[in-house]
Design a binder for this molecule. Structure first.
Ligand SMILES: Cc1cc2nc3c(=O)[nH]c(=O)nc-3n(C[C@H](O)[C@H](O)[C@H](O)COP(=O)(O)O)c2cc1C
Length: 147
């Protein structure tokens, strides 16, 4: 059966939205994908997916985006029942806590009993060719975990 992959993104200036769209294109031939902006996403739906990919920028001083706070709080209440997941995001090395939101999501999804199937990927601002290759590798790892 075709696996169902939920891609949830937080993006203010568009980079992480573009990464989410790229992932969807990468996965489309082998999975059903749904892309949702994080403030519209319901964490309690995640266990219905075969895999979840969270794509987020980092804001403030190494914190989650404001619009990700509710989703993140709900994750703490959740048993993901070993739902497969991966995390990535564009943020900026100009800031002290580079990509900290990626770390927070990775830790919380593990704590919520998810199964991490790819190393988390941090991208400095606009993805370059090597970054896109890492994004594609993450997508392949997610697909492989669903075989
Ligand atoms: C006010 C502000 C605070 C930020 N704080 C951080 C930070 O603490 N750590 C970090 O890695 N990036 C930080 N960033 C950089 C963004 O995460 C980065 O520009 C990211 O690529 C934006 O993604 P988007 O285009 O999807 O919104 C900050 C950006 C702004 C505007």
């Amino acid at each position: 059966m075709t696996p169902n992959i939920q891609i949830i993104f937080a993006s203010m200036s568009g980079r992480n939205q573009a990464i989410a769209g790229h992932l969807q294109a990468q996965l489309a031939s082998r999975a059903q994908t749904v892309v949702t902006e994080i403030s519209q996403a319901d964490a309690f739906d995640l266990t219905q997916a075969d895999a979840v990919i969270v794509v987020s920028y980092t804001y403030h001083d190494g914190d989650l985006p404001d619009e990700a706070q509710d989703f993140f709080a709900d994750l703490k209440e959740l048993d993901l029942e070993r739902t497969k997941f991966a995390v990535l995001g564009s943020s900026s090395k100009k800031h002290l806590h580079f990509g900290r939101a990626v770390d927070y999501f990775t830790m919380q999804l593990n704590s919520s009993n998810g199964e991490q199937v790819a190393d988390s990927v941090k991208i400095d601002q606009d993805p370059d060719e090597a970054d896109w290759a890492r994004v594609d590798q993450l997508a392949q790892r997610v697909l492989k975990s669903l075989e």
